[in-house]
Ligand binder design. Structure first.
Ligand code: SF4
Length: 194
């Protein structure tokens, strides 16, 4: 049987690749076995991707307190198993030495951040929100119109703003909105729109 130069190159390329994989002990059958071993004994938890408002379903596999695998949830009606690169890399949110796990504070004029207690941080935030609101609360504003300027009641504070999160559920959003509207905050944004 005659063999062309092109056939020869194809055959030798395929043979070399198969040889290299075989030498490394990788076949399609044992690749599946290895995957099973890697995640054996792990706990599966379903969750929602917090990055954007699409809200894809994710299966997180964890073992010994660490996330060891992340997959799109095939049973989730929104993404049906698919994840975008951002969602697929979500393991790095947890398994990341740079992850900040305690509140940090950088005082005015300081160049360094320092760790602080939650209690102190929450009290400080509440104090500053209250002061900013009290100092900047407007009850009335001038509405400009071609028929003449008109004074209107606004009851608002423009010196505060809020950025919400796609990880919040309906109930949290309800309470959060209620609190912000109660304070008079009008600049209410969402992280998924940034
Ligand atoms: S960031 Fe990607 S994976 Fe996450 S919810 Fe949005 S589209 Fe889905």
């Amino acid at each position: 049987m005659g063999i062309s130069r092109r056939d020869f190159l194809k055959l030798s390329g395929a043979g070399a690749a198969a040889g290299a994989l075989g030498a490394a002990g990788v076949t399609s059958a044992n690749a599946e076995e290895k995957e099973a071993l890697r995640t054996a004994g792990s706990k599966k938890t379903t969750t929602i991707c917090p990055y954007c408002s699409v809200g894809c379903g994710i299966i997180i596999e964890s073992k010994d307190g660490h996330v060891i695998n992340v997959e799109g949830d095939p049973d989730h009606p929104i993404n049906r198993g698919a994840l975008c690169p951002k969602g697929a890399s979500i393991q790095q949110l947890r398994e990341n030495p740079k992850r900040v796990t305690v509140p940090m504070y950088r005082a005015k004029g300081a160049s360094e951040w320092k760790e602080v207690e939650w209690e102190w941080a929450l009290e400080e935030i509440a104090k500053r929100v209250k002061k900013t609101r009290d100092d900047n609360y407007e009850t009335k504003s001038i509405l400009k119109s071609p028929d003449g300027d008109k004074e209107v009641i606004v009851n608002r504070v423009s010196a505060l703003a809020s950025v919400g999160s796609a990880a919040m559920d309906n109930e949290e959003c309800y309470l959060y909105q209620k609190m912000l509207r109660g304070l008079g905050v009008v600049h209410i944004e969402h992280q998924a729109r940034l």
